[in-house]
Write a protein that binds this ligand. Sequence first.
Ligand SMILES: C[S@@+](CC[C@H](N)C(=O)[O-])C[C@H]1O[C@@H](n2cnc3c(N)ncnc32)[C@H](O)[C@@H]1O
Length: 381
Amino acid sequence: MEQVQALLQWAEGKQVMLGKNVNLIHVSGRGVGVIAKRRLKKGQTILSVPIEAIRSLHTVPRQVVQSLPDDISLHGLLAADLALERPEAPTIWRSALPTLQDFEATTPFMWHENLQVLLPKASENLLRKQQFRFFREWDFVSKAFPSIQQEEYLCAWFIINTRTFYYETPEMKKYLPDDRMALLPVADFFNHADQGCKVSFSPEGYTILSDRAYNTGEEIYISYGDHSNDLLLTEYGFILSENRWDTFSVEDVVLSNLSELQKAELQKHECLGPFTLSVDDTESWRGTQVALSLKCRPQQEWEKLMHLEGDYPLSLLKEIDTVMIQVLNELMETAKHRLREINNLQIGQEIQKNILSQRWNQICRMATQIIERLKARLTDN
Ligand SMILES: C[S@@+](CC[C@H](N)C(=O)[O-])C[C@H]1O[C@@H](n2cnc3c(N)ncnc32)[C@H](O)[C@@H]1O
């Protein structure tokens, strides 16, 4: 916490103002977090960060920008800039940022391959994309700056991945929306919840206001976005026990239930996934229902149904619900198998195995809830 206190002092000199009623402390299982030191009212300013204090495209030295290809992402560029800071003489800000060790236990990217293959499908898909992005950028950076070690770049890349805020200026428009980002000192100590304080952004800077009243000692969260636990796990290295935005993938089980011809038919209609379900949002079931309806009707009839506006006819819906129950039961079997595999693994840290097991158990609970709803619907009609 010494580095964090030093950072707070340094940040104050840059007009980064943390409200008097809040403090940064170590929170069990979540690293550093922000808590209410005294009772807070709704709408109070918790933190303000002026634009002059942030790091983004405008703070990267021209020589760094010019040494890298134009099509490197801003994420990759900011990580290169951070990695170029010499570790033997870290700035106050850099000293308060995580080290590679801090990421290793919880970040699936850094896990042993035998654990990575036990991730749920949605996490694994995200991980493969993340690996592709990282190695593409590492290729650029290692050629431009041979003095940077891969581990230094990996650490910097994950600092940018887990601690940046959305930032927009006319110069940033050339980057994809997800890539318009800035590092904000102190603001990056807020942990995530599925709903939290409002972060507002203007040409002058960022302000974080309390979304409700807080009691002394309560942790104050922001929301990093409407993210599922699979996304939180892959990108941020944690899952929430309660997450209103949670979803899970049934891709593997749906695809294993379809013939090659049926998959080609879905591809032709751009309906080959993603097959993701949420318990409460029945709209999210539609893509899976469309795919499974191919098992219930001949292709020609199915094609006509594709153009149907509104709900499926009740008789077809019952058939789809029955197939969907079967698919969800198959997913539960996969989950149980994965849980046994995790339990029997000889490699990997306990914390990694725990997070994986917790995630598969969450998926089982969500699948069970949907099965119950489908069964109730079948008996109701
Ligand atoms: C923006 S930082 C937040 C500050 C961080 N706790 C620290 O010590 O510097 C994001 C990281 O904090 C952790 N984190 C954020 N929200 C969390 C939560 N609800 N539960 C567990 N860890 C969380 C994760 O490691 C995540 O990658």
